[in-house]
Ligand binder design. Structure first.
Ligand SMILES: Cc1cc2nc3c(=O)[nH]c(=O)nc-3n(C[C@H](O)[C@H](O)[C@H](O)COP(=O)(O)OP(=O)(O)OC[C@H]3O[C@@H](n4cnc5c(N)ncnc54)[C@H](O)[C@@H]3O)c2cc1C
Length: 438
């Protein structure tokens, strides 16, 4: 029986595995290699950091939802394309090898670094569950320490949170973060009068959500400013230090919290393959095949997929594209094994939804521009429909959050050195002695 190995169980890999297991129905062995036993629904991660959702809500069990797929826990370290083998390391450090007849690379992306002094040392990224958990604790801790601070300068510094990058991740994080810290402050009995948590959102572009529709930008900008977020466009960080950040306009902002949301780059495994790449993404045909390698396919953030709706461009790195590409990859892998016919990937954007916390959102489903509570309801409905599982638990957390005060406790399970910004594995917290890719 032929073996199909899928590397990565994010939006693209999960859908590839799901559709292949249905279409091949026992005619091939389907193996899914992933470092965790869950699919992570990344778009709801800001709500984990802000204490709206408990972390397990945004995970979907792989063995529990992918019948007829063999999960191998581990990280691919090297792909031997000529020998048709994937070498990997499992969570306990044991090395293994998986041979394949067909390979689907769906390893996604990691935080993008910029050569700015101090950022790698002092900033926290936002690409995985460990970072979201760390941030929830860190923010809670800063507010609690600010409340007990001996001097106003320390209090102000601890209450200042700087988010760099006003794409959907940074925008949602700042919007939710401000609501979260305002709620935390209300619970502090000895909170100094007149002090308010300050969230800054910086971007080099001239508007928030620069890649998205201008109406969405305006809606998000209005909500952020009305909530008290200090939005600074055409502004970036020149240097980061342990006591604050120096902006490129010369202002020094005292803070203990720099959150790095400037975007992503493809997983480093891609560049190690020695195959042609486009801005770090693996070049593939519209059928998602790797040119010259008929047994290798790639999809999602890791692949440069030609956008047939915008000739000359590649599909953007979004969950919407990754999930749909996964489905097409499954179809074309099956076709390459003699079952069905291959198809090219072509998908029109269905719009975007940006959750701004509370009942607010900015959305343009099918090009219809929405704001306020209607957008909020549409956005949450969209997320529930898009999640492959755990919907009832997510909805239950939203109801609880609307009815009850948010829980303000730190669990203290993660420290900053365990969630470095410069990592090839944002899905795993670093632990001493664990063999890693970085
Ligand atoms: C905070 C946040 C919010 C977002 N919000 C939205 C949104 O609202 N809408 C939207 O469309 N997009 C959103 N995105 C972008 C979207 O999540 C990505 O485009 C999407 O996850 C890409 O899917 P993927 O399958 O290519 O990669 P991923 O979903 O990142 O999955 C990659 C998988 O590969 C695994 N992996 C990585 N390296 C290896 C290895 N060496 N060996 C084995 N496995 C490996 C990872 O553990 C992971 O499971 C958001 C992203 C973030 C970070």
């Amino acid at each position: 029986m032929p073996r199909v190995v899928i590397v990565g169980a994010g939006f693209a890999g999960y859908q590839t595995a799901r559709h292949l297991s249905r279409s091949l129905r026992g005619r091939a062995e389907i193996v899914l290699l992933n470092p965790t036993d869950y699919f992570l629904y990344l778009p709801l991660l800001p709500q984990v950091a802000a204490g709206v959702l408990e972390p397990r809500r945004v995970t979907v069990s792989l063995p529990g939802t992918l019948r007829h797929v063999r999960l191998v826990l581990g990280q691919a370290d090297h792909v031997d394309l000529d020998g048709r083998a994937v070498h990997f390391t499992d969570p306990e450090g044991t090395e293994g090898t998986l041979t394949y007849d067909r390979l689907v690379l769906a390893v996604g992306s990691v935080s993008k670094l910029l050569p700015i002094p101090g950022v790698a040392e002092h900033a926290t990224g936002f690409r995985g569950l460990p970072e979201a958990l760390y941030l929830r604790d860190h923010v809670t801790r800063q507010i609690e320490l600010a409340s007990a601070a001996g001097n106003p300068a320390e209090c102000t510094s601890r209450c200042t949170f700087v988010v760099v990058g006003a794409g959907y991740t940074g925008t949602e994080l700042a919007a939710h973060g401000k609501m979260f810290t305002d709620a935390l402050v209300r619970k502090q009995p000895a909170w100094p009068a007149g002090v308010k948590p300050r969230w800054m959102l910086l971007d080099v572009a001239d508007r928030v959500l620069p890649g998205l529709d201008e109406k969405l930008s305006r809606t998000a900008d209005e909500v952020l400013r009305s909530r008290g977020v200090d939005v600074r466009t055409k502004t970036s960080v020149k240097e980061s230090r342990s006591d604050g950040v120096l902006l490129d306009d010369g202002e020094f902002v005292e803070t203990r919290s720099l959150i790095w949301c400037v975007g992503v780059r493809p997983d480093p495994l891609v560049s190690e393959l020695g195959l042609p790449v486009e801005r770090g993404r693996l070049v593939v045909t519209p059928q998602l095949g790797v040119p010259g390698r008929p047994d290798v396919f790639a999809c999602g953030d890791a692949a440069a997929v030609p956008d047939l709706t915008r000739p000359g461009e590649f599909t953007p790195m979004t969950a919407q594209h990754a999930a749909r590409q996964g489905k097409v990859a499954a179809r074309n892998v099956a076709a390459s094994l003699g079952y069905g016919e291959a198809a090219a990937y072509k998908h029109n954007d269905l719009g975007f939804a940006v959750d701004l916390g509370g009942v607010k959102a900015a959305a343009n489903p099918m090009g219809v521009k929405l704001s306020g509570p209607v957008a909020g309801a549409v956005t949450r409905g969209y997320h529930l429909a898009a999640m492959p599982g755990n919907r009832v638990r997510v909805a239950a957390d939203w109801i609880l959050d609307a009815a009850l005060p948010r829980q303000a406790v730190q669990l203290g399970l993660l420290r900053s050195w365990q969630v470095p910004l410069d990592t090839a594995s944002p899905e795993l917290a670093r632990i001493p002695g664990r063999p890693g890719k970085e």
